[in-house]
Design a protein around this ligand. Structure first.
Ligand code: FAD
Length: 758
């Protein structure tokens, strides 16, 4: 028994931890920063003030994770971010395709706990920073659960806390609010009437109880639903992210007024539920009950810290090429009126860049606190650019870059700014690429990879001479197209199968973006018109008579008449995707972006794919065939389709697709990395929105890796992750490797993006 005599006062338990890196904030930015740094060899302490990880993606807030893929509604093809955030989202799909937010929490906790270099402090709120000169020496925080004050000492700190608590306390330069239009010449910079900050939101979930449920609202619930100008948009069955526009607080101090903002949002939520249950307008809501209401608001915006570079609207729209690109974004410039749910204006104004844009390392560290890295929504961006960089997959991607930068600094005894030296920058970018982080226009150079000097062959290679017409028909009232990886030189002839019950003209176009890897097809490279006679299933051949100066993706597009249809194929192939000139409701209802005069953004059409299980390639034949799927692609340093496929793809008739890597002299190998196709085109919203499959059809479901003598080195079953790493406990010496691919998860061809051996 412990008896405590009276004392003048007491102190809380004080515990000191030492690390190479402290990460403050366990949202997706902090989680990905911490895991990345820990895997790269740093000792990391991750401090999170909540009982679970994920921040706005956690079950406490329940936002779905979005990024450059943008609900499949823009022109960013194959743009899912890659790296740790991809591993998390792909695993969530495998375990939790229905999007249960509790299961996403558990996944994050499991992944963080699995890292031996990572110490996680939950329920610990950092509220003090200890400085040593300009730099941060330690951070301190209190955990009321175990009544302990933690002090974490580390030479590097990554602030991923959303509000930037560390940067604020450390005296880092920051901004809050909106820049005037003149400062960065930003056409989208809002005026005072629109307001300068995005507000907070609280969601609710409802469920059918199977019997009538009565609801009596609390006294603080909103009484008059017409106070919400868009109250007619409320539907009884909607919940969670569908109510993203329940926003409030943009006219307040979004850091210090958060409690007051939360009460206003509770007022809205309980008042809206009263409207749904008791207004008489929703008889279908009789059996519905409130299952969950957020207790902390999701925060959109507060402080943005200044690095040596501030990313602005122009950099987003023009996709500026940076020497120090370490991450990318691709969500729209997405501003909201500060009056939020009470505003008469549209809930958001979204303007998309035509392609993903790079984010430089110089946006990821403070310009005046030398050992402070920034991750998540607080990075060095203008208010307008923030409206795009703020989505969570982008925040996480940035977190990975900050984590890897921290690991490089820790290993070399450097500070973040020192990494700007060209050789160090290249090493940082290569390590990011090596671990799956896609960086636009960057190619991995890895001289230590034994495959770089190997003979690479395969049991078969797909040549695209035809896609069988075994799918349904797609109406040509909506213009449709097929993205194809074309080689430099003469463009082949294409034959499509068209139903023309009344006959009439069809226009065929070959379109492209402004560069080989730009998928906004604004440039018409060639056009051919055909007058079709009346008849179904007509083979229509098109010869554009064009020669391309360089290899590129090009869109074979058809514009037909009402009643016409084009045949499709159910065969899925890595690097091929069909699109239509149409809007995806979540992004654009018109299928085009019309830029207001003087806005500084571009007008263009959206050509978007359809989500699986629909969304099939167009059936076609190509003469001469496309040969873009060669085995050598596995060593080209790019692990997704960009300007070409960058994958080896096997022939559909090959019973055992096998990739062969051979050396003239034996090599000693310890690790082999395999990179499969997790369909980087498909958005992986983490909650609420279900997905039709648990693993991507393009993914090789099982494989075997053997050496030149046929000795089995490793095998994979239920492969669903992009990456499979084979670590050999005893290194092998061999003259070759064979990767035998089993069946895919769906009706698609075996494909491999990379095989790297060290
Ligand atoms: C209503 C709403 C809708 C949105 N819609 C989407 C969407 O659909 N998809 C999307 O991807 N993004 C969306 N966003 C944007 C996105 O959620 C945020 O920009 C993103 O979560 C920022 O990531 P982060 O990791 O920087 O911050 P957060 O996700 O906020 O994580 C920061 C973490 O730090 C913790 N923390 C804070 N202070 C401390 C402290 N002192 N000590 C320790 N820990 C601390 C917080 O508890 C939190 O867990 C939306 C935001 C809101 C609010």
């Amino acid at each position: 028994m412990h008896i405590a005599p009276p004392a003048p006062s007491r102190s809380l338990r004080h515990q000191v931890l030492n690390a190479d890196l402290t990460v403050v904030g366990g949202g997706l930015a902090g989680v990905c920063a911490a895991i990345t740094a820990a895997r790269a060899g740093s000792r990391v302490v991750l401090v999170q003030d909540r009982p679970v990880l994920g921040g706005n993606a956690s079950s406490e807030v329940r936002l779905w994770v979005l990024g450059a893929t943008s609900h499949l509604g823009n022109n960013n093809r194959w743009s899912r971010e890659g790296g740790v955030i991809d591993e998390l989202l792909v695993e969530n799909l495998w375990r939790n395709p229905e999007g249960n937010p509790l299961l996403f929490d558990v996944l994050l906790l499991e992944k963080v706990r699995a890292e031996p270099n990572l110490t996680l402090l939950l329920n610990t709120a950092i509220n003090e920073v200890v400085k040593d000169g300009d730099a941060i020496a330690a951070v301190r925080g209190f955990n009321p659960q175990d009544s302990t004050v933690y002090e974490v000492r580390a030479p590097l700190v990554c602030d991923a806390s959303g509000d930037g608590v560390v940067g604020f306390l450390a005296g880092a330069a920051f901004r809050m609010g909106a820049e005037a239009r003149e400062e960065f010449h930003e056409g989208l910079a809002p005026d005072a009437a629109y307001g300068e900050l995005l507000g907070h939101t609280i969601y609710f979930y409802s469920k059918d109880a199977g019997r009538p449920i009565t609801y009596l609202p609390p006294a603080f619930a909103l009484q008059d639903i017409t106070a919400i100008p868009r109250w007619r948009n409320i539907k009884a069955g909607d919940m969670g992210c569908r109510f993203w526009w329940f926003e409030y607080g943009g006219r307040h101090d979004t850091v210090h007024d958060t409690e007051a903002i939360k009460w206003e949002l509770w007022k809205v939520v309980y008042g809206v539920w009263d409207h749904i249950k008791n207004s008489g307008r929703f008889p279908e809501a009789a059996n519905l009950t409130l299952e969950w209401v957020g207790t902390i608001p999701g925060k959109r915006e507060s402080r943005r810290f200044e690095g040596p570079v501030i990313l602005t609207q122009r950099h987003v729209v023009e996709a500026t090429r940076w020497e120090d690109t370490v991450a990318f974004g691709g969500w729209s410039l997405d501003l909201h009126p500060a009056d939020g749910v009470y505003s008469e204006r549209p809930g958001c104004n979204q303007y998309h860049p035509r392609r993903p844009y790079g984010i430089p390392l110089r946006c990821l560290f403070s310009r005046n606190v030398p050992n402070l890295l920034l991750a998540g929504r607080i990075i060095s961006v203008s208010h307008v650019a923030f409206s795009s960089t703020r989505v969570m997959a982008t925040c996480a991607h940035v977190g990975q870059a900050a984590g890897m930068a921290a690991a490089h600094c820790a290993r070399l005894g450097l500070r973040p700014a020192d990494l700007l030296a060209p050789a160090r920058l290249r090493a940082l970018q290569d390590d990011l690429l090596r671990t799956g982080q896609h960086l636009p226009q960057q190619v991995l150079r890895d001289p230590a990879d034994a495959v770089a000097s190997a003979r690479i062959t395969a049991s078969s290679t797909f040549v695209l001479d035809s896609l069988p017409a075994d799918g349904g028909r797609e109406p040509l009232e909506t213009p449709r197209g097929q993205w194809l990886p074309l080689a430099a030189g003469p463009v082949p002839r294409f034959t499509l199968r068209v139903d023309a019950p009344q006959g009439g003209p069809v226009q065929f176009e070959l379109r492209g973006g402004r560069t080989a890897d730009d998928f906004t097809p604004s440039e018409v490279l060639a056009r051919v018109e055909r007058i079709l006679p009346t008849g179904l299933d007509q083979a229509v051949e098109v010869d554009f008579g064009l020669s391309l100066p360089e290899r590129r993706y090009a869109l074979l597009a058809l514009h037909g008449q009402a009643g016409m249809a084009v045949a499709t194929s159910t065969l899925r192939v890595t690097g091929l995707v069909a699109v239509a000139r149409k809007g995806e409701k979540a992004v654009s209802s018109t299928g085009a972006q019309v830029a207001p005069a003087g806005s500084g953004v571009e007008s263009f059409e959206f050509w978007t794919p359809t989500r699986r299980p629909a969304g099939h390639n167009l059936a076609l034949t190509i003469t001469p065939p496309l040969a873009a799927f060669a085995p050598a692609n596995i060593a080209d340093g790019v692990d997704r389709p960009t300007d070409t496929v960058h994958a080896w793809v096997a022939d559909p008739a090959d019973p055992t697709p096998t990739l062969r890597v051979d050396w003239d002299t034996p090599r000693t190998l310890r690790t082999i990395d395999l990179w499969f196709d997790p369909d980087f085109d498909h958005p992986l919203e983490s909650v609420l929105m279900g997905h039709p499959e648990r693993a991507m059809p393009f993914m090789v479901a099982s494989w075997q890796l053997v050496d030149a003598q046929g000795t089995l080195l490793a095998e994979g079953r239920d492969q669903h992750q992009a990456r499979a790493t084979v670590t050999l406990t005893t290194p092998i010496t061999t003259t070759g490797l064979r990767l035998r691919c089993g069946a895919n998860h769906g009706r698609a061809l075996a494909a491999v993006f990379a095989l790297r051996a060290h």
